[in-house]
Design a protein. Structure first.
Length: 281
């Protein structure tokens, strides 16, 4: 087997693992309970309009794709994990909109050059392992003058710090893979997109999460619902000492990002970066 064939096979195996990871647990329930408002935030920031052709990359259950369709756009929701589409189709039907759902790798999108008026991703493309390849694809399928919109967890925010906590317990990343929360660093995104974009606008915001009564509730919920955490615990297997250490580390992290006073429920603030731009003509 030559080096090129070996690289292709390794990438195929990596994508299979990613697809299985996001299909595990119950990400649709998590997204429905905690993340719904983020899609609408991104759609508004992108200025989605009726009759535009819009692509939501790494769309998951359509958290951004569905609000875009509600604006009257013609929307394609693409994701590496089509197991997530069923929940998205149900939600789209509930909201009375239709859109196209298509399996696709963010690093090799199955669309033509300049096919879309707007290309966006809501906490999705950030999990593609090869950042430059994914960024190049976002730009390739966007028409000149079209809008690019990204909403990503920041490295210093709660989810970014959660991945930092997971790192010592997880298997080493494959060669060339980059940490997902880097997409929440403005300079990193600017470097990925380079001179190919104009009219850049960025701001950091917080998502208020009130789904848990105490930090330990967060750990229990994410251990059963969130694929990346499920995969790390699966890797640890029966090593009870490491399992207990990770439980403790995640609980302490949640506690450090949470706030509760008197009768006020435990609330967490999850920081994200909102990045919008236009593809240079």
């Amino acid at each position: 087997m030559d080096d090129q064939t070996s690289t292709v096979e390794a990438d195929r195996e990596l994508k299979k693992k990613h697809r299985a990871m996001w299909a595990s647990g119950d990400y649709p329930a998590l997204a429905d309970e905690m993340l719904l408002e983020l899609g609408a935030v991104l759609v508004e920031a992108c200025g989605i309009k009726p009759r535009q052709r819009v692509l939501d990359v790494a769309a998951g259950t359509g958290n951004a794709a569905i609000p875009a369709a509600m604006m009257g756009a013609s929307v394609v929701a693409s994701d590496l994990t089509p197991e997530l589409f069923e929940a998205g189709r149900r939600e789209a039907a509930n909201r009375g909109v239709s859109l196209e759902w298509q399996e696709g790798d963010a690093e090799a999108l199955p669309f033509g050059d300049g096919e879309f008026d707007a290309v966006m991703s809501c906490i999705g493309v950030m999990f593609a392992p090869h950042h430059q390849a994914a960024a190049d694809e976002l730009l390739r399928v966007c028409k000149p003058g079209g809008s690019i919109g990204l909403l990503c967890w920041t490295p210093e925010g709660f989810i970014g710090q959660m991945f930092a906590v997971l790192k010592p317990f997880a298997p080493p990343p494959p060669p060339g893979a980059q940490p997902a929360p880097l997409w929440g660093n403005e300079e990193h995104v600017r470097e990925l997109l380079g001179s190919r974009i104009t009219d850049i606008q960025t701001r950091k915001k917080n998502l208020a999460v009130r789904s848990f009564h105490q930090p330990a509730d967060f750990v229990r919920y994410f251990k059963s619902h969130y694929g990346p955490i499920i995969s790390v615990y699966k890797f640890l297997g029966e090593d009870q000492e490491k399992v207990a250490a990770l439980d403790k580390a995640l609980t302490e992290l949640a506690d450090s990002f949470g706030d509760a006073h008197g009768d006020v429920p435990f609330q967490m603030e999850w920081e994200y970066l909102l990045f919008t731009a236009r593809k240079a003509s």
